[in-house]
Design a protein around this ligand. Structure first.
Ligand code: BTN
Length: 245
């Protein structure tokens, strides 16, 4: 990962940049990084706003042999992020917020955006973009209750170059595990999912459910498994539900 490493001082979006490249110009393992992402995109058509020169905004190219399990690959990257944060300091509580966020002390520190590029109806490559808030010190009022950075939570400045190279090594390791031993990977991911093993509230298609559900973790397709009060197990995709912990 990162043997073909492309740095841009400024770019609208690292995900969009890779998606627009000619297939011949894209090798698996390519990493595109920018220090000033001006039109960052998030899930559900949201924006990803990141202060220039303070954080990490980058995207990676994967060409997995199988097109199954794309969702679990995103979560494998989220797990690498969690472990990387924990390697700096065990003190803050770091969790995966299913399906694509990383929380530190209950606030969002990173988001992942996975997009498949299709040739015909075959996914030709997978672009996984990560926005990690590193040294940003302030967030706009409406964001500050939900968003944070490593610097805010750990009260220290973090060297971004070292952080990125360690993180890429961890992601590479998880990618290997994703190919070799999904079952083991899922155990590690599930342990880090916010609310795992707990009774949580659910919003299904926007409407809050009255009953709580016990969060059992994800299965090999990335769907979330939940136990209801009657003892039945229900599975949901990320388009359908939001967890309320
Ligand atoms: C989310 O939280 O909804 C996902 C945010 C993903 C942001 C990253 S930053 C690098 C890459 N390029 C983008 O335009 N978005 C992703």
């Amino acid at each position: 990962l990162g043997r073909d490493f492309r740095y841009f001082r400024s770019l609208p979006s690292t995900n969009t940049h890779i998606k627009k490249l000619d297939a011949d110009d894209v090798e698996p393992g390519m990493v595109v990084l920018t220090d000033n992402q001006t039109g960052g995109r998030g899930q559900y058509d949201r924006n990803w706003i990141s202060e220039a020169g303070q954080n990490l905004t980058f995207s990676m190219v994967f060409k997995p042999q199988t097109s199954d399990g794309f969702h679990t690959l995103t979560l494998a990257c989220a797990l690498a992020l969690v472990e990387q944060v924990e390697s700096i300091s065990e003190e803050p509580c770091t969790k995966i917020k299913w399906p694509n966020d990383v929380l530190v002390n209950g606030k969002k520190v990173a988001g992942l955006l996975t997009e498949a590029v299709f040739i015909g109806n075959r996914p030709a490559r997978l672009v996984i973009g990560i926005g990690l808030n590193v040294n940003q010190q302030e967030y706009a009022a409406q964001l500050s209750e939900k968003a944070t950075s490593l610097q805010i939570e750990m009260e220290k400045q973090i060297a971004r170059e070292e952080l990125l190279s360690n993180l890429l090594a961890r992601i590479e390791h998880k990618y290997r595990l994703w190919h070799q031993n999904q079952a083991k990977l899922l155990i590690h991911i599930n342990r880090k999912i916010d609310g795992y093993g707990q009774w949580v509230g659910l919003k299904v298609n926007g409407a809050m459910k009255q009953d709580s559900y016990k969060l059992l973790g994800i299965n090999e397709t990335g769907r979330l498994l939940l136990l209801n009060h009657e003892g039945g197990i229900e599975s949901f995709s990320h388009e359908q539900i939001r967890i309320v912990t």
